[in-house]
Structures are given as C-alpha cells and as structure tokens.
Design a protein around this ligand. Structure first.
Ligand SMILES: C=C1C[C@]23C[C@@]1(O)CC[C@H]2[C@@]12CCC[C@@](C)(C(=O)O1)[C@H]2[C@@H]3C(=O)O
Ligand SMILES: O=C(O)CCC(=O)C(=O)O
Ligand SMILES: [Fe+2]
Length: 393
C-alpha cells in the first residue's frame, strides 16, 4: 500500500492534460466544449436566492467559538473564520504567487505540467475526467516542495515564490491543527481518543527551498496546497468554474480573492448559497475524512465555484489530512449500540485512489450500512436518472 500522498494516483492516471486548457484570455465566446448543456443543469450557475441564512462566521477570539464551530459543523459543514491569527500579509503574498503563476503565457505554465499519474503541478482539476464538459479554470497543486516546478518556471527568482509558499504552509498547518481540535472538541473528542494525532508537529506540504526532503514523522499530518484560477468568462451562466464536489480531506482552509464564486449546497440539495469573500477571513470546509471520523455527525460539504463575466478570481485551498498511511474510521466514542459505525477504515492515500475511481460515490463506497445519501451529490454519469439529485455519502 502506498504510504506517501504523492503515490495516491499512481494506479489512477488522469489523461486529461493541460493541453486541453484553452488560452482563456484570447476567447471572446464560450467554446462548445465549455458549455454545460441542459443535462448538466444542476451543475450550472444559478442565481443565489435573495433571502437565505448566511454561512456562519466564527470569530476565533470569541469565548463562544467552540460552541459556534460545533453548530456550524453539524448544520452546515462549512463556516468562515476571522481573527484566526494568520497575518493578511501572508495571505496576500500567497495570492500574488498564484497571480504571478497564472498570468504567465501558456507555454511557461506548461513547464510545470502535472503528469497523468502525478499529484503536483499545473493542470485541470482532477475531477474533470468525470464530466463531459470542461471547467472554466486552471489549477496548480503542491504536495511537497514546489521547488522543482518553480525553478523551471522562474529560473532566476524562484526563491521568493518558494519562501511565500513555505510561510503560507507553516501558518496553515498551525491553523488546521487548531481548527481540527476545536471541531473534534465540539463533539467531545480529545487527543487521547485519536492515538495517531498525538505527534502532530510536522507536515509534509513544503520543504525548505533547496533543502533536503523532510522525513515524515510518524504522527505528522499531510497536506496539499491547491491554487485555483477562474478567468473572467464571456458567458458565465453557461460555464462552470469547478463542478460540485466534496474534498477528500479532514478539513480544507480556503482563501478566496475579493471576487465571489464559491457556493455551498444547502437544504438537501435544494439551493446553492454563496460564501462571500471577507477581507482577511478564511473559509473552512469539512472534508470526507472528518465525515467518516465523526461517523457522519459532521457532514462533508458539497461546494462548487461559479465564474464571473468581468473579473478573474483566485482561490487557494489548504487541503489538510491525516498522515497518509493512518487508517481513519469512526471514533469509538461516537459509536455504540444505537450508533453503529457507518464507515470502514481507510487511509488518506486509499481514499484519494477511491475518489479518483468513483468520484461522488467514494464516500458511499466505504459505507458499511446502506443509507440514504447524506449530503447531496450523485455521480455525474448517473444524472439522466436523477433529475435534481446532487448526492454524496
Ligand atoms: C490531496 C488532494 C485533494 C484533491 C486532490 C489532491 O491530490 C490535490 C488537489 C485536491 C483537489 C482540489 C480541487 C477539487 C478536488 C476534488 C480536485 O480535483 O483536486 C480536490 C481533491 C480532493 O479533495 O479529492
Ligand atoms: O475556488 C473555490 O472557491 C473552491 C475551490 C475548491 O473547492 C477546491 O480547491 O477544492
Ligand atoms: Fe473543494
């Protein structure tokens, strides 16, 4: 069984390559390959209803933060945090790395292309292969140091870009740990209940520039950083930035530039709610592994990104997971005679492979007892038989 996150996709190569990306800026009309036709109606941008409950915003310096996080985790699967301790300068600097990268000419970006069975590099969202139409976005994934890719793209000044990523990783790692213990704490789970989580001082996203690769400590967490770019789009109502999905993480911390686009699915798939950008705020998504760990009490959130006619949008996702080869299963404390374990144990590596194969059916594929889908997505290939359904779980 692979033990490094970077090995997760070896068995599931994605042959959609960056060459399928058009040079977005030169397009005055939306090509047919980007038009999400009527069969995909549920995946297209629709107006947000005017009156809806807003996504919770939690002030981490508030004494009620634990309680509010608990409520948001159970009821929403998503919330925003403010006063989280990550300096705005660190967020801005990272946003500039993303802007700098995506504004390069296509041939330069392709020097950092992700290989079909690889995890890091420039390309289409991995989930693109599950959809008949292309998404109006491009991405750059980092697992481990971005040094090699950055050297190819910026041979003379890669160090400043590596430094920004390293600082971002350090700050996000710390915040992800804090958030995870607050989320679990709200369910009454402590460090003693999770033996793998006790040694949590090392993550593997980045390594110091040019330095030796860090050894993976036994209890260290794993992470990926995903830069997303959604260029301004000539026909935003017919395009899709990033199709509905859940993240395969414990939790994801998302920084969005000041253009809105992120939407979360609410009310059993009935409506999409926009998560408005807050200057200096960060969005927190519950991922499938926390869904499993909490035995379904904290459901992973289905989300998507829609696009905009006049403005480019950048988002930066910090995808936080457990050490890649630790088996994640429902916490004993949350299991009992009236609450049987709903999911079998999986490692993050294994789950990423399952997601690469089954996409929206990944969570139900590791489910032990049959049940109605919990949080809302069906496999895109099943849509003809499921008019409104957007189900996962
Ligand atoms: C660790 C990972 C989670 C992710 C796949 C990846 O290897 C790195 C990119 C992540 C991302 C970001 C955009 C949406 C998503 C579904 C995708 O295609 O790539 C997620 C993946 C995930 O959470 O499953
Ligand atoms: O761009 C966004 O708002 C969403 C990005 C996202 O869902 C992801 O990177 O997993
Ligand atoms: Fe996501």
């Amino acid at each position: 069984m692979p033990s490094r996150l970077a090995d997760a996709f070896r068995a599931h190569p994605v042959h959609l390559q960056p060459k399928h990306l058009h040079d977005f800026t030169s397009l005055k009309e939306l090509p047919d390959s980007y038009k999400w036709a009527s069969d995909e109606d549920q995946y297209r941008a629709q107006p947000d209803p005017a009156h809806h409950e807003p996504v919770p915003v939690v002030d981490l310096s508030d004494p009620n933060a634990l309680e509010e996080i608990g409520h948001a985790c159970r009821r929403w699967g998503v919330f925003q945090v403010v006063n989280h301790g990550v300096p705005t300068t660190v967020l801005d600097r990272m946003e500039n790395v993303a802007k700098g990268f995506f504004s390069l000419p296509a041939h330069q970006k392709l020097k950092a292309a992700r290989s079909p069975d690889g995890i890091s590099g420039y390309g289409l969202a991995r989930i693109s292969s599950f959809f008949p139409k292309l998404m109006w976005s491009e991405g750059f994934t980092m697992v481990g140091s971005p040094l090699e890719h950055f050297q190819r793209v910026w041979p003379h000044d890669y160090t400043q870009f590596c430094d920004a990523v390293e600082e971002y990783d350090k700050q996000m790692q710390k915040l992800a740990q804090t958030l995870m213990w607050l989320m679990l704490g709200s369910l009454g789970i402590t460090k003693e209940d999770l033996n793998w989580a006790n040694n949590s001082n090392s993550t593997t996203t980045t390594t110091p520039r040019g330095g030796p690769k860090k050894e993976v400590a036994a209890g260290s967490s794993s992470a990926a950083i995903q830069l997303n770019h959604y260029p301004a789009c000539p026909d935003p109502d017919r395009a899709m930035g990033l199709a509905p999905h859940t993240d395969s993480t414990l939790l994801t911390i998302l920084h969005q530039s000041n253009t809105s686009g992120l939407q979360v699915l609410r009310d059993d798939g009935a409506r999409w709610v926009t998560v408005p950008p807050i200057r200096g705020g960060l969005v927190v998504h519950i991922g499938d592994l926390l869904h499993i760990l909490s035995n379904g009490l904290c459901p992973s959130v289905v989300h998507r990104a829609v696009v905009n006619r006049d403005r480019n949008r950048i988002s930066i996702a910090y995808l936080h997971g457990p050490p890649s080869n630790v088996r994640i299963s429902p916490v004993q404390k949350l299991v009992g005679p009236s609450q049987p374990p709903l999911y079998r144990a999986v490692t993050w590596n294994e789950y990423l492979g399952t997601k690469a194969k089954h996409f929206n059916k990944a969570l139900s594929s590791v489910r032990l007892c049959a049940a109605a889908p919990i949080n809302g997505l069906v496999d895109a290939k099943d849509q003809k038989n499921n008019n409104n359904a957007v189900k996962v779980g």
